[in-house]
Write a protein that binds this ligand. Structure first.
Ligand code: SF4
Length: 218
């Protein structure tokens, strides 16, 4: 990173420090016991709330504990189980495709590399980063809708392209904080910097926020 980015890096660090105080319990909201469970839960969480996914995954993983079990499941039965998460036909087909690859090509273990994960059908960088960061403890920035909204409002990143936002945040935050930055920005987006009604008056980083500063200048 060039020296010209130092002020932005300091701003990014200050934001994380304050968000850490505001959201000490920040975490991801999907329940899981293994990398496989988290990968499947993340696929099911597309266009769905984490809470709803958490309601169906215990029974799902009890019925199909391994990647091989999920790959070989009766498609209609699997569809019924994931139906509450929406887009259930596509999601169950995707889960089965991914699990078939994991079972056949990776001895039933979820790979722990970004490139290998993102070569799987329907596994984008965000999904892969969630699995790497949370289930494998690797530094990873997962740009979901909350991270995207909060980081652009704050002026840390710009545009709508998640890959570019991820690359920008990776420049601003030290690698050791990538996963925690994801958790903190996500929690802030869920609890304070919501899509429709951000609670700027009670936000601990409002003095550092482009969106807020521009709104009070109007
Ligand atoms: S000041 Fe408002 S817009 Fe900016 S991060 Fe806080 S809640 Fe979001």
């Amino acid at each position: 990173m060039s020296a010209g980015n130092e002020p932005m890096r300091r701003k990014a660090a200050e934001i994380l420090d304050r968000l850490e105080k505001e959201h000490p319990d920040a975490r991801i909201y999907l329940d899981y016991d293994s990398p496989l469970q988290l990968l499947v839960a993340t696929i099911l969480a597309a266009q769905c709330t984490d809470e709803r996914v958490n309601q169906i995954t215990p029974a799902l993983f009890e019925r199909y504990p391994t990647a091989g079990d999920l790959a070989q499941a009766d498609p209609e039965e699997l569809q019924e189980m994931v139906r509450p998460t929406g887009f259930y036909r596509q999601k169950s087909a995707r889960v089965q495709e991914v699990c078939r690859i994991i079972a056949d090509e990776h001895n039933g273990e979820v790979p722990d590399e970004m490139d290998t994960l993102t070569r799987m059908p329907g596994v984008g960088r965000k999904t892969a980063a969630v699995v790497l960061g949370q289930a494998f403890g690797r530094p990873a920035i997962a740009v979901d809708t909350h991270v995207k909204r909060v980081s652009t409002r704050l002026g840390l990143a710009e545009g709508k392209n998640p890959d570019k936002i991820e690359a920008r945040l990776a420049e601003l935050f030290p690698e050791s904080r990538w996963t925690r930055a994801t958790e903190l920005l996500t929690s802030h987006g869920r609890l304070i910097c919501t899509s429709r009604n951000p609670d700027c008056e009670h936000c601990p980083v409002s003095d550092l926020c482009d969106y807020y500063q521009e709104s009070i200048a109007r």
